[in-house]
Design a protein around this ligand. Sequence first.
Ligand code: ATP
Length: 585
Amino acid sequence: MSDYTANHKRLFRLGLNYRGWWFALGCISLLSALAIIVLMYSISILVDQVFMQDEPITFYDTAVIVLAGAIFFRGSLFWISEITVQHIASEIKQDLRMRLLRHMQKLGPSWAEKQSSGELAVAAVEGVEKLDIYYSRFMPAAIHMAIVPVVLALFVFGIDWISGLILIVTGPLIPVFMSLIGMKAQSQTRKQWKTLQVLSSGFLDAVQGMRTLKLFNRTAKKQGEIERISDLFRKNTIGILKTAFLSGFVLELFASIATALVAVEIGVRLIEGHIGFQLGLFVLLLAPEYYLPFRLFGAQHHAGMEGTEAAGRIFSIMDTPVRSNISAADQHKQKVAIPSGPFHIRFERVTFSYSSESDPVIKDAAFELEPGKTTVLAGRSGTGKTTLTRLITQEYVPDKGSVMVNGIPCDLFDEKQWLGQISIVNQNPWLFDDTVLANIAIAKPGAPFEEIVEASGKAAAHEFISKLPDGYQTRAGEQAVRFSGGERQRIALARAFLRNSPVVILDEPSSALDPHSELKIRKSVKRLEKDRTVLIIAHRLSTVRNADNILLLEDGRISGSGSHEQLLNTSHTYREMVTAYTKKS
Ligand SMILES: Nc1ncnc2c1ncn2[C@@H]1O[C@H](COP(=O)(O)OP(=O)(O)OP(=O)(O)O)[C@@H](O)[C@H]1O
């Protein structure tokens, strides 16, 4: 089964969750078919009355009243069906977007950071919007096509079998023609969708990296690349439009020829006296109505293909297995209640690699993080310091060994509950495009303002926040461009102070701070240590020197531990690192 057909089937199954609404739509289509029959019958009666019987029409004629009623009924059905399809489409769209978002969240940051954000945005926003057209236009057109022509063909066959036969034979040929043309359009649509994804991520890349491009004088080159992709997109669009016009033309031509065929056949029989005028006219009026659903379906066919293509990417995200590094057996292990803090964290000969093909990043690591003490993790760039913290937060699980918390492997804890016990300040803390207040309060929703101010004070952030144009109500803006690296870190630190959790992980908290702020924060962190388990990834000599316990990480292995003085005496690598720090400062 091709991806295209598989996606269609899945979209259809997804739509089945709303089968009550689809059934309603099917009933509306059936009633529409009956309204068409009544409408055309009354027109044929009136025309026959005026032209053949030479009788005048009055407003009180039954046929006139029935005609008016049928027009009103058909219009009402159209209105109800529009409301119904909009309802279904918006429900499905909302449901799918939420499911997609939830799955992306389950896949986690480690998955997201490997994806192109532009491409993900296209899938989640534009892709889901395409499904709106799929469900609000394409599916209703398909249902309408499956019901109305069948009812009309059977009816016509019942009253005039020759015309009915023509309709029954010619009608199904239209979808066959359309699918032949559609095969070409399908590959064009796929190309178009892929180009749109490349275009979006390229554009996002160019906007986000504008400063770097300017500094390296590469703006024109990037513009050239985007122009080339835009041009490809334009050509693809024209190609698709050509195919759409061609299929529209073929469809209209075929429907007109088929209608003409019915007209000629009726005309000949009328002249020969084999059919009455009123019956002939009635059938002739029904013929275009019979082909109309095919034409409408043809017009929506392209929307259907676009929706199916967009669904491909959405489904591929939703099919990505969550946390593939956890075995199925482990995933079903009984979760254990988290003991009350303080927490004693012990790495028991932990080995971890990001993928089965790559070498381990953490090798046989064994160490302890004790409550009430600050442990500093030191080591060259890329030796695995951040990775170690990710093993504590359950973002990854060890390949060998375990991370024990108060004697229990931490992967037995419910992830959400365990993360609730940890505060983390990352290297590049993310600030949302919201107020500073909301950005800090994220650590403790509903926290009173005074508490937020107090936490900001401890993080040496209150002073600069107060000087902002709108103080705590100042918006961070997209990517928090209005803040310096140090300011962003201090806001993130304020989150950690506000959260006040038993485990605190600070990743290079002082790398972007001036000496005054650094001193202030160090004092606050010292206060934070009480009864807490604190792990600091340090890149500054001052942070390392003041630590109770330093773990030296070298190429994924703990090559030494102890106080600053002890390591100076025992580790050559540590001495080299300290010399490098001293030269830097
Ligand atoms: N998500 C990932 N997938 C694959 N490899 C990764 C991933 N994250 C990190 N690595 C690799 O693992 C190694 C350790 O990275 P890690 O970020 O833990 O180092 P670090 O000591 O924190 O570095 P730095 O001090 O520069 O932040 C590096 O070689 C890095 O390229």
